[in-house]
Design a protein around this ligand. Sequence first.
Ligand SMILES: [Zn+2]
Length: 470
Amino acid sequence: MTRSEAPAADLSKVERVLIRGRAVIPVSKRGLVISKGVVLIDNGEIAYVGEQEGSAGRWSKDDLVIDEPYGVVLPGFIDTHVHLAQALIRGFVPDSVTLIPWLRDWVWRLQGLYEHEDGKASAELCVLEMLRTGTTTFLEAGLHSRYGIDGVAESVLRSGIRAMLSKKVMDMKGYATVEDALPEGMVEDGEECIEQFLDARRKWSGAGGGRLDFWIGLRTPGAVSDEMFERVSELADETGAGVTMHLAEVKEDLRYFASRGLTPATFLRRFGLLGRKRVYVHCVWLSEDDMDVFAETGTSVVHCPSSNAKLGSGVAPVVRMLDKRVNVSLGCDGGPSNDSYDLVREMKVAALFQKALHGPDRFTAWDALEMSTVNGARALGLEDLIGSLEVGKRGDVVVIRTKGPSLTPYTDPVSLIVYAATGRDVAHVLVDGQPVVMDGKVLTLDEEEVLRNAEERFEVVKEKFLRART
Ligand SMILES: [Zn+2]
């Protein structure tokens, strides 16, 4: 992420920031909590992490000082599975359908009616919520050209968030073994997808001083032809782009692989799609053998517990995967399946499900915190830059204010953050050392305008959807 033809984001530059809180949790080492801690960021890079006592000589009166006596300072959260386009249809899809009819009759049908203005309005709404709740980096699942890729990328850049956007590749009408699942508006020509990916990568990868990158988002087995799997695999190797895809979310996926004499892992191996920056979402139905292949090859899994539960897809075997040293990160998924882009809340759901299945000692608050920070960074191939508060890493920082009835008394801060806090307790957010949220207010987007646009564009999409159904 070094070169860019895109304009730099219009943020007034802050050179040095000092953040002081009642605790700093760097997530560099399990169990490490620095009481009365401080983080110093110099020109976007973390220059010091430690105790406040003895740090006086490290800062000057010209620095921006964020003094938060109730603050717990953490690395910014990393959401590794986000559908920007689905924020606009939050709450509109019935909560009584399983994945395939949910996609075929509702989500793909709605998104197949989008115009560029809808894609942009949804992306801005989604990013507003993510920033407000402490997400500093996200991986987009796959943008359809209908959403207006440049408009979405421009909004994401301007917001100040760090993002791996991706071009959706979906050149067939199916889902697993179900034919004709996709409405006309969603299928694209494979070669056009590749052209759009290359164009977007040239324009946006490296923009914002390296905050943006552009990946490939294969939709799902059954919706992508073998030719495109091969093409994407080669192209990803050539360009260095990451690849993400929904995988083994529901049992129908396993039937698809079995119909070809394969499993999820042997399918991916056949197309050369295992390894670093290969990020597979859900993996509810991976076998022990598949997990072993993921562990051996350094292939990452994204766990989306709320989405899997709401759609009745199951609970992913996260404890087993972590035991086998598969890298598992966390994702909120989409507006109609979660219905929230708040990764703080998602940590609690992840922890509770694994505890319910395996007992309280097999998955802890620390596991959830690592999944939403360091494991997310590893999935994206950015573990040297983000995911923990360490000298030399980028200044992506979140301050959660542990004040008020839900967060009193102040006890174990990790337990408080995972089980008692929500994203609404986030007070300040910095990306690359630049403040993007201060005192709960997003500085880079006009909140009123974003909410108004989203309301208006949802009405337009809803009208078209209802008219098409009659
Ligand atoms: Zn998804």
